[in-house]
Design a protein around this ligand. Structure first.
Ligand code: IPM
Ligand code: MG
Length: 357
């Protein structure tokens, strides 16, 4: 097949990890007889520096026309003083909104040879395989009214947590469908003991569940969920939740796997999908050839399977990652005594070498 992929490396470590994933995808193309054309464009802080805005119209147009978008990361201390409306993070939110990417899939799976890299005990994390299904274009991230206004004696900052039936319905469907291909369990995370938006969330999820009698559905409050994730993470299969709760819980789930540098993601909707690591631009380690490229390379695998239905090719990438870890190669974030410490480029090269048709 032939596909055009927008490569938006962005800021910080994004500049180092995206090229590694692009190299792997090109090799997959050669091995399996596909043509992947990459078109680079500015996004985030580097776009602000060059054009004044985080998501230039050209970049958005490219993303919309492409068959898939590969994104690195956006943001950094340099742009933190800017107004919210033109911060690097706006590019990410703008892409999600403009591409209609309402579902964000974040698989947290532990590679058993990394169990000792986790801050939790091996017996707690061994065997975890969780899929966080995060709603991505609604909730408090996009709800209106929002703003900061003057009031007597100071200011008032406000955002709105809001969900419609339809927004909840479509994300619930994604979760139940995903569960069908896995262990057939969905845990819906809300705060229905306090929030009206959560009350509706729970009601709609229960309603959608009627179409999925083969799936076991349970509900959990977000605070308890945060606790259960570190207490007994193996109880989770698919977790479905709001934009904000999903943001927080997916970082927590990522750490169970040893490092946030391991977790890929797919953002899907009705049109072009976007594939990116869940970690950020990590300005503290950027430019030093330290960052772990695995999350981005694994995101490339998700792209192959979700955007192009190339499951065999996606599995080849996953096998290459496993083989590389089995050979003992580790970036700093997942390094444990006795293993071979390598940099971003060396890790990318090792995975490339292990890629087999
Ligand atoms: C993520 C990130 C983003 C989010 C930021 C960078 C806007 O934390 O993708 O999880 O909050 O969604
Ligand atoms: Mg986040």
């Amino acid at each position: 097949m032939k596909a055009t992929i927008a490569a938006l490396a962005g800021d910080g470590v994004g500049q180092e990890i995206v090229p590694e994933a692009v190299t792997v995808l090109k090799a997959v193309g050669r091995t399996f007889g596909h043509t992947f054309d990459f078109i680079e464009a500015l996004v985030g802080g580097q776009a602000i520096d060059k054009t004044g805005v985080p998501l230039p119209p050209d970049t958005l147009a490219l993303a919309k026309q492409s068959d898939a978008v590969m994104l690195g990361a956006v943001g950094g201390p340099k742009w933190e003083g800017l107004d919210y409306s033109i911060r690097p993070e706006r590019a990410l939110l703008g892409l999600r909104e403009q591409l209609g990417l309402y579902a964000n899939l974040r698989p947290a799976k532990l590679y058993s040879m990394l169990a000792d890299a986790s801050t939790l005990k091996r017996e707690v994390v061994e065997g975890i395989d969780i899929l966080v299904v995060r709603e991505l274009t609604g909730g408090i991230y996009f709800g209106k009214p929002k703003g900061i206004e003057k009031i007597p004696g100071g200011e008032r900052g406000f955002n709105t947590e809001v969900y419609t039936t339809e927004e909840i319905r479509r994300i619930a469907i994604v979760a139940f469908e995903a569960a069908r291909k896995r262990r057939k369990k969905v845990m819906s995370v809300d705060k229905a003991n306090v929030l009206e938006s959560s009350e509706l969330w729970r009601r709609v999820v229960i309603d959608v569940h009627k179409q999925y009698p083969d799936i076991e559905l349970s509900h959990i409050y977000v605070d308890n969920c945060a606790m259960q994730l570190v207490r007994n993470p193996k109880q989770f299969d698919v977790m479905v939740t709001t934009n904000m709760f999903g943001d927080i819980l997916s970082d927590e789930a990522a750490m169970l796997t040893g490092s946030i540098g391991m977790l890929p993601s797919a953002s899907i909707g009705t049109k072009t999908g976007m594939y990116e690591p869940i970690h950020g631009s990590a300005p503290d380690i950027a430019g030093k050839n330290i960052a772990n490229p695995i999350a981005t390379i694994a995101s490339a695998a998700m792209m192959l399977s979700y955007a192009f239905k190339l499951d065999k090719e996606a599995e080849a990438i996953e096998r290459a990652i496993v083989a590389t870890l089995e050979q003992g190669y580790r970036t700093k974030d997942i390094h444990t005594p006795g293993m071979t410490l390598v940099g971003t480029r060396e890790m990318g090269a090792a995975i490339l070498k292990n890629l087999k048709g």
